[in-house]
Design a protein around this ligand. Structure first.
Ligand SMILES: Cc1cc2nc3c(=O)[nH]c(=O)nc-3n(C[C@H](O)[C@H](O)[C@H](O)COP(=O)(O)OP(=O)(O)OC[C@H]3O[C@@H](n4cnc5c(N)ncnc54)[C@H](O)[C@@H]3O)c2cc1C
Length: 567
């Protein structure tokens, strides 16, 4: 089933919902005119539909594998990657000072979504590189920037991120990889990293591993961690690759999905590395890359949800079963219509949140305004967790729409669910995202949250004249969310916050989704109005149950013992 990029949805959200015009009115992003935006979306749509989508199934059935120490990629992936690199899609948001196109992250995000819909496995490679470019831009010395960033932007070299170790997953501070000064300004990096995405391949010249490690005087925990650039092949000053560094891919994981993306165990055996940023300041530098990747991973979820939706819709329009009116296909059954509409409404809400997040990032970059920075920081865990949850839920429902054929691999419905499952786990599990939301992101006393709620309520007020019922429902949901946010901010025992962190994040996403659908409804587009009515009347009410859960705190939850669970 061919993929069709939802360009009209992007345009609609940009123009009517997330106010992309405010981004393009800044000096920083004034080149992103409506014509330029349309050209970018159309070109990316063409590439993803024609070049990348045909690779999705190939990646699943012909996984990346290790042969003679070299990662061999799925057939066609080299050409697919080449299309992404030569199309200029990797560095489109890198700043012009380092050779990028300086375009808004909002546009990169839309392009990344299309690539993820078409072939998630391949998309993870440029996503890692984009994050690395941003981390280097902000934290590396000029020498490292000049040497590495042009190669990363062109796609000649790939970037990876190396945090995880067997004993240090969510708890990055437990890492043991060591960095010893060599006495010449470089460091010897020794340790094992696991689950490293796209750590190697057979189509790019070099691999630039950003590795977290501890210097000899690094204290325990995250405060003693530093960040190092550790290339596979050590380049000279001109960027010509030379001797092989002391690192290797030990093995690749056998995973439930994402087979085309090699996930490596890496061994660093005294490999030569260069410090990026300040000594012991590694987490701050890595966070730049992680925040970029968090936006990207939420968007991966949206992209896969879109692919799964299109797949299921095509099947439901074709499959005949039972006494269905009209076309006689299963789409005419109320329950199948419910599943498909839920898939579409949630994909749209998650896309809107992801775009709001990207707009906030662009506005923060363009204006330096602290409120935009806080908004971007607040939306990042919501976008990451909700986008990836929606990817999982929509692809699972897509299987259900297919009935038995959903369980049969040939239809491709199951691949969406298998591939996207990891998005709720990597880049900080969704539980960790939610804890970040209710702890660090509410440290401002809830300012960023309340400002967002003010905006949702103002939007509802404005919509009351034309859509009183829908507007009232969204306004009420924002009020309930405000009360619960006040309750959370008042909890000094953080376990009371953490016990309801995941339902709180979801409730916030639900309410944001209501806001996005309501704005779409008032634009006068009848089809979007019908979808908004479905979302606001049937899906938004979920927030009340979620928020009731939040306000219960931790005590009765933690009173349930491990023995109770095993009984
Ligand atoms: C396919 C794939 C690709 C990956 N790519 C990369 C990569 O490129 N680079 C990289 O560095 N890593 C990568 N990872 C690693 C990934 O980021 C980690 O798997 C993830 O951070 C979780 O760590 P863990 O697997 O050790 O799980 P754990 O940390 O052991 O977590 C297990 C469970 O406990 C929960 N938990 C843990 N700590 C807490 C806490 N303090 N409070 C509440 N709950 C908690 C978690 O939410 C989770 O549900 C990848 C993983 C996979 C599967």
């Amino acid at each position: 089933m061919p993929y069709r990029a939802p360009v009209s949805d992007y345009r609609f959200l940009l123009d009517h919902v997330v106010d992309f015009a405010q981004v393009t009115q800044t000096d920083r992003f004034s080149e992103a005119t409506p014509d330029m935006t349309q050209a970018i979306l159309s070109e990316a749509a063409k590439m993803t539909q024609e070049v990348l989508a045909p690779l999705n199934r190939v990646g699943d059935t012909h996984p990346a594998h290790l042969y003679n120490g070299i990662v061999r990629t799925s057939p066609g992936f080299a050409e697919g990657y080449d299309a992404i690199a030569t199309g200029g899609w990797i560095g489109m948001s890198a700043s012009p000072e380092v050779g990028g196109l300086g375009l808004p992250m909002t546009l990169t995000n839309a392009v990344n979504e299309m690539i993820a819909s078409a072939c998630l496995s391949i998309q993870l490679s440029p996503l890692m590189t984009q994050g690395q470019i941003e981390a280097l831009e902000h934290h590396a010395s000029d020498a490292i920037k000049d040497l590495y960033i042009p190669k990363l932007i062109s796609g000649a070299w790939n970037g990876t991120m190396n945090l995880t170790e067997p004993q240090a997953g969510s708890d990055v501070g437990a890492l043991r990889t060591k960095a010893e000064p060599n006495g010449d300004g470089t460091y010897a990096i020794t340790g094992q990293k696991i689950y490293i995405s796209w750590a190697d391949n057979d189509f790019t010249e070099n691999f630039c591993h950003l590795v977290l490690a501890r210097l000899p005087d690094g204290v325990a925990g995250t405060k003693g961690i530093s960040l190092f650039m550790v290339p596979k092949l050590i380049p000279d000053d001109q960027g010509n690759v030379g001797r092989k560094n002391d690192l290797r891919v030990v093995s690749l994981e056998h995973k439930m999905g994402l087979h085309g993306s090699p996930t490596a165990v890496m061994e660093y055996a005294g490999a030569t590395g260069w410090l990026v940023g300040e000594a012991h300041g590694g987490m701050a530098a890595m966070f730049t890359m992680m925040n970029n990747a968090r936006l990207g991973v939420g968007t991966q979820g949206v992209g896969v949800a879109e692919g799964a939706l299109q797949h299921a819709l095509a099947y439901a329009q074709d499959r005949k079963q039972g006494k269905a009116p009209g076309s006689g296909a299963i789409i005419e059954h109320a329950d199948v219509r419910r599943m498909l509409t839920t898939m579409k409404a949630d994909t749209y809400a998650a896309r809107g949140i992801s775009m709001m997040n990207a707009v906030a990032i662009d506005m923060a970059v363009a204006t330096g305004d602290a409120d935009w920075t806080a908004r971007a920081a607040f939306l990042t865990p919501i976008g990451k967790a909700f986008g990836s949850d929606v990817g999982c839920e929509v692809s699972a429902t897509g299987i259900q729409v297919h009935g038995g054929m959903g369980f049969v691999e040939e239809t491709g419905a199951a691949q969406y669910a298998r591939d996207v499952r990891v998005a709720t786990i990597y880049e900080g599990t969704n539980g960790i995202q939610a804890m970040d939301l209710v702890a660090r992101k509410l440290m401002d006393g809830g300012d960023a949250a309340f400002r967002l709620l003010d905006e949702i309520e103002a939007g509802s007020e404005a919509a009351k004249a034309t859509h009183p019922d829908l507007a009232e429902a969204v306004w009420q949901s924002a009020e309930t969310l405000r009360e619960t946010t006040e309750w959370l901010v008042a909890q000094s025992d953080f376990n009371d916050r953490f016990a309801g962190a995941v339902p709180y994040l979801r409730a916030f996403a639900r309410v944001l989704g209501g806001h996005i659908h309501l704005k779409s409804a008032v634009s006068g587009d009848a089809s979007r109005e019908r979808l908004a009515t479905f979302y606001i009347k049937r899906m938004l009410p979920e927030h009340t149950g979620l928020l009731a859960h939040v306000r219960e705190g931790a005590s009765d939850l933690m009173a349930i013992t491990a023995e109770d669970l095993a009984a």
